[in-house]
Design a protein around this ligand. Structure first.
Ligand code: ADP
Ligand code: MG
Length: 251
């Protein structure tokens, strides 16, 4: 469903992604682990082109969309229409929810389906209500973000991503900005989305979650994928010395 080949991205002298290769199959739940600064966000942001890779290839093949994007000096420019199509197919949830403060939750969730997918207000509103109910916020349809807890805000952000009916969901440390007592409710919603068969790539520091929900772990360090293993193997029998040190430091 997602195939990345020889992907590179530098910021000045910092090589944030160094020859990344990876394949994710339909329905796979992959957790992206690694120390701060290892390139997790850059990888996720490159997949839906919030960052433009310097070189490499991203292929996406879903039941509803197909992309073959090549990057580099000689590659054709990506047109805006492609970007919109790509971001409809690849949903993203950020560490800092990024909700619109002047919109009620239902408006936050319905906005992109109306503006990007040109759904009718009525249809998008019904979908938004259903998605908010799915994340346990059916009673907060007309609440403004200011009046929600961090955990509720992040669940709105997840509903907003789901409302675009993506084929792949990317999560960038979705619980890192939350008070500890609010982490569980958000992880539960993400676990439910995973159980629904969604293809997901989740950067996280929540090892318990990764172990329970991930099919596969990608462990990154200094812009490279150091280890790519089944979740059970990664936690029980890490193969790389760098992975062992990481696990020892946090477990
Ligand atoms: P992680 O998400 O694993 O913490 P990042 O992908 O955010 O790692 O960062 C990888 C490296 O790229 C780090 O050295 C970081 O400082 C650098 N970096 C990321 N984004 C930018 C940016 N917009 N400008 C300059 N350097 C950046
Ligand atoms: Mg990050």
């Amino acid at each position: 469903m997602l195939e990345i080949a020889a992907l590179n991205k530098s910021f000045g002298a910092v090589k944030a992604l160094s020859d990344i290769n990876l394949t994710i199959r339909q329905g796979e739940v992959v957790c992206l682990l690694g120390p701060s600064g290892s390139g997790k966000s850059t990888l996720l942001r490159s997949i839906n082109l919030l960052e433009m890779p310097d070189a490499g290839r991203i292929g996406i093949n879903t039941p509803s969309a197909s992309f073959d994007l090549t990057f580099g000096a000689l590659a054709p420019a990506i047109v805006a229409r492609e970007l919109v199509r790509l971001r409809s197919s690849v949903g993203m949830v950020f560490q800092h929810f990024n909700l619109w403060p002047h919109m009620m939750t239902i408006e936050n969730v319905a906005e992109a389906p109306i503006c990007v997918r040109h759904e009718t207000t009525r249809h998008a509103g019904l979908t938004a209500a259903a998605m908010l109910t799915r994340v346990g916020l059916g009673g907060k349809l007309t609440t403004f973000p200011d009046h929600l807890s961090g955990g509720q805000r992040q669940r709105v952000a997840i509903a907003r991503a789901l409302a675009m009916r993506p084929d792949i969901m990317l999560f960038d440390e979705p619980t890192s900005a939350l008070d500890p007592e609010l982490v569980g409710e958000v992880l539960q919603v993400i676990e439910d989305v995973a159980a629904s068969g969604m293809t997901m790539l989740v950067a996280t520091h929540e090892m318990g979650f990764a172990r329970k929900v991930a099919d596969r772990i990608l462990f990154m360090d200094q812009g490279t994928i150091v280890e790519d293993a089944r979740a059970e193997d990664f936690f029980e029998r890490p193969q790389r010395e760098r992975s062992v040190r990481f696990l020892e430091a946090i477990l």
